[in-house]
Every structure is written in C-alpha cells, then in structure tokens.
Design a protein around this ligand. Structure first.
Ligand code: SAH
Length: 345
C-alpha cells in the first residue's frame, strides 16, 4: 500500500493547485488552511463551510492523522514527553518544554539517525526513514493540543539529523511559518545539526531567519572523533570555517552545543582550546550536562566544571548558557523514550 498523503505535507500553493485541478475556487484553500491551522480540526466533517463533495474528495486524497499518541510522560520540572506512533508503526518523540512565557516543542526529523554520536540514544540503531513535512507539522500540532495553548518555539533537537532530511524539514518550516496558518516566526525555529556542512551551506542561501545550532561537543579532532563519527567526514577546522562563513553571509549568530562529559571533554586544556577556537568569530555556546544513558558509559561533568567553562567562555566574550537537564526524570535525552520502548517490545 502506498504511504498516506498527509494534508499537512502540502504548502498553501500545492493545496491551491490541487483544488484548481478539482475545479474548486481559489478561496477554498484559505478556508481549508484555517480549519487545519487556526481551528486544528481533527475530522473533515468539521470543515462545515465546504461542500460535502469536496470534503469527500479531500478525505479520499489525504489523511488528517499523521501520528497517534502512545504515551505521555511528565516530569516534576514541567517538561513532558510525547511518544508518537506513525502510520507504519515507527515511533518518534516530541518534548514539551514550558519556560516562563515560552511554550517550546522539541521535534524529531527522522526515525532514528545515521550519525551515531556515542552519547546519544537516537542513533544507536541507524536511521529507518525520514519524516515527511506533514509528520513534522503533525508533531507541532500534537504538541499544541497537549499544551492546550499556542506553541511559541520549535527546536529540531529530537530524534534525527535535520540536514539529513533537508527538503522535508525546510518545507515543514515554511508551512509553520506561513502567516495565513500557524504563523510561527522563523526566529522562533531552531535547527540543530551535528555538523553537516552541505546543510549549513544550503541554509545560508535560504534567506530564512531561523536559528542555527551546531553540536560541537569537543574542542579538537581527537576528542570529537571519539564522540561523533561525523567528524571523520567534516572535521572541526572545516566545520568552524563553514560556520564563520555562515555568520558573515547571514549576519546570524550560531549557537554551539557542547555536552559536558566528565574527564572526556571537560578538562582545563579542553576549556582553553574551546575558547581559542570559538573566540575567532561571534557565536554563542550552550553547555549541556550529559544526560546519562544506558548505551554509553560516560558520566556528566560536575557543577564546578560547568561553572568553570561558563566563566572562561564569558571572559572571552562568548555568551554562554547552561541547559540544566530539565527532562532528566522523563528520559528527555534525545531518543531515550523511543529506545526504551523498542527494548521493551
Ligand atoms: N542531530 C542534531 C539534532 C538532534 S540532537 C544534532 O546533532 O544537533 C539535539 C542535541 O542533543 C544535540 O546537541 C545532541 O548532541 C544532544 N544530545 C544527544 N544526546 C544527549 C545526551 N545523552 N546528553 C546530552 N545531550 C545530548
């Protein structure tokens, strides 16, 4: 059986074309768009200003249910994690991270991941497939339903490597960004990459104001080689040169993610090397205490080490934040809930 076509995989132009081919007036696109994204209806019948015959034709052509909620777990810090099942029974996760006025959702971009960072639960079994734009938009809508209010920020920091699924991720971003629908500002969307240079170069040409995070996790090639196999393809010098070009061309500041792992990448020498490397162009750093996972023996750094890194980076003029692992008690580290479920199955 062919994969279902999710209505959320269509950008507005494509919906207009489909309607035109079905001899429908152009204004129907706007009506449908509003049902989907303003009212977030879950059935075609609710689209009560559309003729019955059109509703039927839509129902035959498209699916309204890209994912089904399997489990929601919550933590004492307010973070919630949704485990979702896709039409082919694959599992993905979305994490809801409420903070002050923000309602953030962390979405997945693929089922699994091919990059195999050793500390990450998502990539331990490789990548099964890409998510479609409709499935990614579906994650956003599921999060909005779970919140019961508007989602204000989206981060591509769930399962998968967004630049390994470039086209569908970008399409999803354009659908989320469409002012006639969800209207989420591009600056409220963050793409996180493990360092896929061709993706960074393409993004620089998009003219989109999205935020870019680059997972660095090491100050030098020997350490990064141990942690991130991707470093064999795109090593640190080349990656940082690309990031510098990106910053110059787009005038946008990149955030480097650095997961702190005890005695692996948190020594005094690592700190000095990191400051040296990142001091060359404007950037930010986000330090993440390692979320310990079963598949990796590494331990998280001490609070002192974290504070030391923050101090040294800040001294060098690099704006630095620490992401105190909010979701630790809901297994919110990348891919953890999914990998637990797969083990249980
Ligand atoms: N593939 C993309 C996005 C997904 S991972 C990327 O690599 O950036 C999102 C972030 O979580 C990355 O910075 C990743 O390295 C980090 N991460 C994954 N597992 C982690 C763990 N166990 N503890 C802390 N951070 C982790």
């Amino acid at each position: 059986m062919a994969d279902p076509m999710f209505i959320y995989s269509l950008c507005r132009d494509e919906l207009e074309t489909w309607l035109k081919n079905h001899k429908q007036p152009a204004f129907r696109a706007k009506q449908i768009w509003q049902w989907l994204y303003k009212h977030q209806v879950q059935s075609w019948d609710e689209m009560n200003n559309l003729p019955g015959s059109l509703r039927l034709a839509l129902e035959e052509a498209f699916s309204l249910k890209p994912l089904e909620e399997v489990e929601v777990s919550s933590s004492s810090t307010g973070t919630r994690k949704i485990l979702s099942r896709l039409h082919d029974n694959e599992l993905i996760e979305e994490v809801l991270i409420p903070a002050e006025e923000r309602r953030t959702v962390c979405v997945s971009s693929q089922v699994g991941c091919m990059f195999g960072c050793v500390f990450c639960a998502s990539g331990q079994n490789g990548v099964k497939r890409n998510l479609s734009a409709g499935e990614i938009v579906g994650e956003f809508l599921a999060a909005q339903r779970a919140y019961g209010e508007r989602v204000t920020n989206v981060v591509f920091m769930g399962i998968g490597e967004p630049f390994d699924n470039y086209d569908e991720v970008m399409k999803a971003i354009r659908i989320l960004n469409d002012p006639e629908g969800i209207g989420l500002g591009a600056r409220r969307i963050t793409i996180s990459t493990c360092g896929v240079i061709p993706g960074i170069e393409r993004l620089a040409q998009e003219g989109l104001q999205v935020e870019l995070s680059v997972s660095l996790h090491a100050p030098s090639d020997p350490i990064r080689d141990e942690l991130m196999p991707v470093n064999a393809t795109w090593a640190i010098d080349e990656l940082l040169a690309c990031c510098e070009r990106y910053t110059k061309e787009t005038k946008r500041i990149i955030t480097f993610e650095y997961t702190m792992i005890r005695d692996v990448n948190d020594t005094e020498r690592d700190c000095r090397e990191l400051v040296l490397r990142l001091g060359r162009f404007p950037c930010r750093v986000n330090l993440i205490p390692l979320s310990e996972i079963e598949e990796y023996e590494g331990k998280t750094s001490t609070r002192e080490k974290l504070e030391h890194f923050v101090g040294e980076l800040e001294k060098a003029g690099i704006n630095t934040t620490v992401r105190w692992s909010k979701g630790i008690d809901v297994n919110a580290a990348c891919g953890q809930l999914r990998s637990q479920h797969e083990r249980a199955d």
